[in-house]
Write a protein that binds this ligand. Sequence first.
Ligand code: SAM
Length: 270
Amino acid sequence: MATAVAWSSIRMTSQPSDARSGPLLDVEVVTLFPEAFDSFLRASLLGKAVEGGIVRVNRTSPRDFARGRHRQVDDSPYGGGPGMVLRPEPLAAAIEAAETARGKAFRILLAPSGRLFDQALARELAGRRRLMLICGRYEGVDERITELFADEVLSIGDYVLAGGETAAAVVIEAVARLVPGVLGCEASTVDESFQAGRLEYPQWTRPPTFRGLAVPETLLSGNHAQVARWRQLQSIERTRVRRPDLLSRHPLTSEESLLLKGGAAKKRKG
Ligand code: SAM
């Protein structure tokens, strides 16, 4: 298997070899489809972070560790039923080879039955230097992989994807943008949706009028305190309408209640 490890770490490593101080976020992806990440890891700010060595994403395929002429990685489920299940041996070998090559990681198995991924968890994961994302396919992975290897099982939402690769991409992007230096403007991660159990306020840019719709006057006033209050009201209102569950979990603060009362009084006066 030594050749397979070398192939995985050389060909599928997204960081240039001359990065000096090592990545701030080092991600191992165990996937049958390493190439699925190619364009994703080259695009936009994440692409720059990878290029600059702030983020590194290594990919290892269990296929490289599968035995036999056909390198079969799956088999039918014990007990019967439709589809195929990923066998434990190639997955275990891929996980162990990645860690032998580059060090222990916090291992996350992607599965619809996992804990729901959210912004709070993205923040938590951004504090870990090495993550491993294990992608399932077909009917999923042999349960012994979960038992023996997973530090966490994560779902990105209540729907079923064909494979863990898109889920891994979601986790990588959500976590990487919280790593210092990945976003152009650090402030962008402070004042945004889910930060304090609220959705972000709506935004506008030029032109001032588009297809008969004008930008709200407050935003053109130049009065920063007024703009901040207005945005906070919009954020609460949007959360109330679109995500009442967030409001139930993060009830209005006394400051927000006061702001709402003030807003309602203003509306009544016209
Ligand atoms: N039979 C599984 C079930 O009903 O829970 C679904 C398997 S799914 C078709 C194949 C793989 O896609 C999973 O092993 C997992 O890695 C990934 N996957 C699918 N939906 C996901 C989700 N919502 N979150 C994270 N990973 C998901």
